[in-house]
Design a protein around this ligand. Structure first.
Ligand SMILES: CC(C)(COP(=O)(O)OP(=O)(O)OC[C@H]1O[C@@H](n2cnc3c(N)ncnc32)[C@H](O)[C@@H]1OP(=O)(O)O)[C@@H](O)C(=O)NCCC(=O)NCCS
Length: 178
């Protein structure tokens, strides 16, 4: 489903849309390119088509249930970036965890910010009032973007992420939506 049309900083059209099973192989390529560049994301090793297929099947189902939201920034049929939110349950259904990434080729063009703002719009509509995220302390680029988007640090989870043979901490940030 097409959610909106925007332009990156160079003026190129960016289609904001939800995923379908047709995106399977493109999503595998997209995620594995982030792994290859050793991006500061939770996924630490390449994903198989089989695993991505079950993940995609599950998120499409959860999107229909309204507990998950996933958006693709599509530039000329290529996945330039993705973002998502996952709603909490019960007394935390107004809280959602947020994630965003942009393909190396399309960075610094405003696409990460575009994706985030679109996600916030849909989160607000679905009753989310607080957005949370976790970020590696060394990911200064993402932290800068999150601050610009209104996120504030509220904590640090020590050794939360396995990192090679050791561990790294996770900076916890949040932003109100109302
Ligand atoms: C973090 C990430 C999503 C940013 O996406 P992006 O599309 O490049 O970001 P934007 O172009 O919207 O930039 C937003 C702001 O972030 C900051 N920023 C982005 N790239 C930057 C860079 N290379 N150096 C310094 N600041 C940078 C700037 O403040 C920028 O605002 P400005 O354009 O007004 O100066 C992208 O770098 C990425 O996908 N990285 C790998 C995956 C990742 O780290 N995801 C987040 C995991 S927590």
């Amino acid at each position: 489903m097409i959610l909106g049309k925007a332009r990156d900083k160079r003026g190129n059209p960016v289609l904001l849309r939800t995923p379908s099973m047709k995106d399977l192989h493109r999503l595998v390529g997209y995620m594995n390119s982030l792994v290859e560049e050793n991006a500061n994301i939770l996924l630490g090793k390449k994903i198989s088509v089989k695993d991505e297929k079950s993940w995609l099947t599950d998120i499409i189902k959860r999107m229909k249930q309204g507990t998950y939201f996933y958006i693709i920034a599509d530039v000329d049929g290529e996945i330039a970036g993705t973002a998502n939110f996952a709603k909490g349950v019960h007394r935390q259904s107004h809280v959602a965890g947020f994630g965003v990434s942009v393909n190396k080729k399309f960075r610094k063009l405003g696409i990460g910010s575009l994706l985030a703002k679109e996600v916030f719009k849909h989160a607000r509509r679905s009753g989310v009032r607080i957005i949370t995220l976790g970020v590696f302390p060394r990911n200064t680029v993402a932290i800068k973007m999150y601050r610009k988007l209104g996120f504030k640090k509220y904590g640090l989870l020590p050794h939360s992420i396995r990192d090679g043979r050791g561990y790294t901490d996770e900076i916890l940030m949040c932003r109100r939506l109302c």
